[in-house]
Design a protein around this ligand. Structure first.
Ligand code: UTP
Length: 317
């Protein structure tokens, strides 16, 4: 038997969800292809994985999502045209997102039976290795890739490590919530987790977001995990099943997370990523000032738009 690797080399991207919150945009276009500024969510996620030392990415896709794999292939006609017209900058952008051959793989989740089920579809890929899970919906702006921060904690502590952040008590029912045993303010050791608890029964307000480093035991546990909350096969139930033999930690990562599965979160991500770009910042800030001035104007003080656009004082930015 070959030695079992103890490096995190593989990442699973469950991308088979239906994206119902973005209909009708997601009727034909995969949610993960929606752009934040000018790059699709899936590309941010893949770039984060490679920057964290991941070597292989497995997309667990669904029907109509083959475009997610196509996005990481050459577009020969487009490339030839850009070369012919000497459009060096867009050509460089296009080629910059191209991964090494054989590093992007894909499989299908034939029916959206839950996040745990989607991860389970990648079991032949992860084999007996620890692996990362990345949900591209959660876009993270940080100096150091969030996944690299998780892997560092995993190297020190082993077991299962997840990215967490504090949420408002009223929001616990939207997340997996940690049952905390010990907490140093950055890393929390957990004795378990509860999927989407109502605020009155939530064990804490530390919520899991879409980055995980998991022990192969979680994949084994998924083999027998039955449908849980919402009738779906939950990844959190499989993590819970390994708690007797595996340490489990949540990391408050350095960075800002944007929930791009939610309309406001997606728009906020677009604003934050655009405002961080020198080529867009000033123009966008001006446009936002004008728009917000329109929003902030007290009722009954309608001003012709042109007047507002030239004469309103800066209110928010
Ligand atoms: P969401 O809960 O955001 O669901 O899934 P969704 O279908 O993508 O979006 P909405 O709520 O209908 O708008 C969280 C992550 O789990 C994946 C999704 O693709 C997303 O990355 N997922 C979920 C699967 O791959 N398969 C599933 O069966 C469920």
């Amino acid at each position: 038997m070959p030695p079992v690797t103890r490096r995190v080399r593989k990442a699973v991207f469950p991308v088979a969800g239906l994206g119902t919150r973005f209909l009708p945009a997601t009727k034909l276009v995969a949610k993960e292809m929606l752009p934040v500024v000018d790059k699709p969510l899936i590309q941010y996620a893949v770039e984060e994985a490679f920057a964290a030392g991941i070597e292989y990415c497995m997309f667990v896709t669904g029907r109509g999502k083959a475009v997610l794999v196509d996005h990481f292939d050459h577009a020969p006609e487009l490339e030839a045209l850009l070369r012919e017209r000497d459009k060096q900058e867009p050509l460089a952008e296009l080629m910059g997102g191209m991964p090494k051959a054989g590093t992007i793989l894909a499989t299908r989740q034939q029916a959206p039976l839950g996040l745990g089920h989607a991860v389970r579809c990648a079991r032949a890929f992860t084999d007996d290795e620890p692996f990362a899970v990345i949900l591209p919906d959660d876009l993270i702006m940080s100096d150091r890739p969030c996944l690299a921060q998780l892997i560092e904690v995993w190297e020190a502590r082993g077991g299962n490590v997840v990215a967490v952040e504090e949420v408002a008590p009223a929001r616990t029912a939207s997340y997996g919530i940690l049952d905390v045993a010990a907490d140093d303010g950055r890393v929390a050791r957990a004795r378990g987790l509860v999927e989407k608890p109502k605020p009155e029964v939530a064990p804490s307000t530390l919520a899991i977001i879409g980055r995980y480093v998991l022990d192969p035991q979680v994949m084994q546990a998924l083999e027998t995990t039955v449908p849980g909350t919402g009738g779906e096969i939950q990844l959190t139930d499989a993590i819970n099943a390994t708690l007797d033999s595996q340490p489990f930690h949540g990391l408050r990562f350095d960075g800002t997370r944007f929930d791009c599965g939610d309309k406001v979160g997606f728009i906020e991500a677009n604003l934050a990523f655009a405002l961080a770009r020198p080529d867009l910042r000033d123009r966008l800030a001006g446009a936002l000032r004008r728009t917000l001035a329109d929003v902030d104007r007290p009722e009954g003080h309608d001003t012709p738009q042109e007047t507002v656009r030239t004469a309103t004082p800066l209110k928010v930015l």
